[in-house]
Design a binder for this molecule. Structure first.
Ligand SMILES: NC(=O)c1ccc[n+]([C@@H]2O[C@H](COP(=O)([O-])OP(=O)(O)OC[C@H]3O[C@@H](n4cnc5c(N)ncnc54)[C@H](OP(=O)(O)O)[C@@H]3O)[C@@H](O)[C@H]2O)c1
Length: 247
């Protein structure tokens, strides 16, 4: 089976990477880059604008040896979108401090996070605020890949303590008790802002191992008859994996 996509939204999958691994990448890349690299807010849905974190594009240059110049929190770093946002931001020279379930710290670190904190830790807010302050870097804000009301409470408490910043959400952002120093927005994951990333970054980054196919896929089965099963599993909720149906 073949799928037609715009050349600007495609990359070459190196021979050593199976398609079942590569399948975790495209939508997550689109969502992550739309959340990070948009330069000016645009309409997302009626009354809701997109975030504009104005981050530079990821680079194949190895930033790990260079000091990062800004710090970003990724909330939900074990999700598909959160893990990719961590990879893309790290490849753009940003220090990422991650929040995930305690069982998924290794995934957040593999994605490039410099530190990772347990989302259920009752002292999470104080720990995150301290971690950000200790970097002594300019604070960008929070990329919240999960965007539930509970996460928004955490996000806003952190942002209040850090004097404000961006809050990039995957769902409509909070509207109550949002300080004026916080710029909220909802990602709209279809945007040509992603084209330079597919054109210039993805293929060499996959070849070199800089870009990893994370979170690892769970192959539900082969054939369209497995789509319903995959949808049921997705509805029940997954942790640190991407459900893939082979065709
Ligand atoms: N706006 C857009 O354009 C756009 C684009 C793409 C996706 N999305 C949305 O973005 C969200 C993330 O998508 P995804 O595919 O990346 O998700 P996913 O991979 O299915 O997310 C799974 C992760 O969510 C975390 N999680 C589950 N329930 C949670 C909760 N109550 N609080 C905090 N974390 C929780 C789990 O973390 P732990 O197991 O580590 O605890 C798990 O690893 C979805 O709601 C999706 O619809 C929006």
């Amino acid at each position: 089976m073949y799928t037609v996509v715009q050349a600007d939204k495609a990359a070459i999958l190196p021979d050593h990477i199976p398609f079942t691994d590569g399948a975790v990448l495209p939508f997550a890349i689109e969502a992550a880059v739309c959340g990070l690299c948009v330069q000016e807010p645009g309409p997302c849905m009626p009354g809701v604008m997109t975030p504009a974190l104005i981050m530079r594009y990821p680079s194949n240059q190895n930033y790990s040896s260079m000091a990062a110049d800004r710090v970003l929190i990724v909330n939900g770093a074990s999700s598909s979108v959160g893990s990719m946002a961590t990879q893309i931001a790290t490849a753009a020279g940003i220090n990422v401090i991650a929040i995930s379930g305690a069982q998924n710290f290794e995934l957040a670190r593999k994605s490039g996070a410099s530190q990772v904190f347990d989302r259920r830790d009752p002292t999470l807010i104080a720990k995150i605020v301290e971690a950000v302050q200790n970097t002594e870097l300019g604070f960008v804000g929070i990329f919240d890949a999960i965007s539930t009301p509970e996460n928004y409470e955490q996000d806003l408490a952190i942002l209040r303590n850090l004097g404000g910043g961006h809050l990039a959400c995957t769902h409509p952002p909070p509207t109550e008790d949002v300080p004026s120093s916080v710029k909220t927005g909802m990602i709209f994951a279809v945007n040509d802002v992603v084209a330079p990333v597919f054109r210039g970054f993805v293929t060499p980054a996959l070849q070199s191992g800089q870009l990893k196919c994370l979170p690892e896929p769970t192959v539900v089965g082969r054939g369209l008859e497995f789509v319903n099963e995959a949808l049921k599993m997705s509805k029940a909720g997954v942790s640190a994996t991407k459900l893939v149906v082979e065709l």
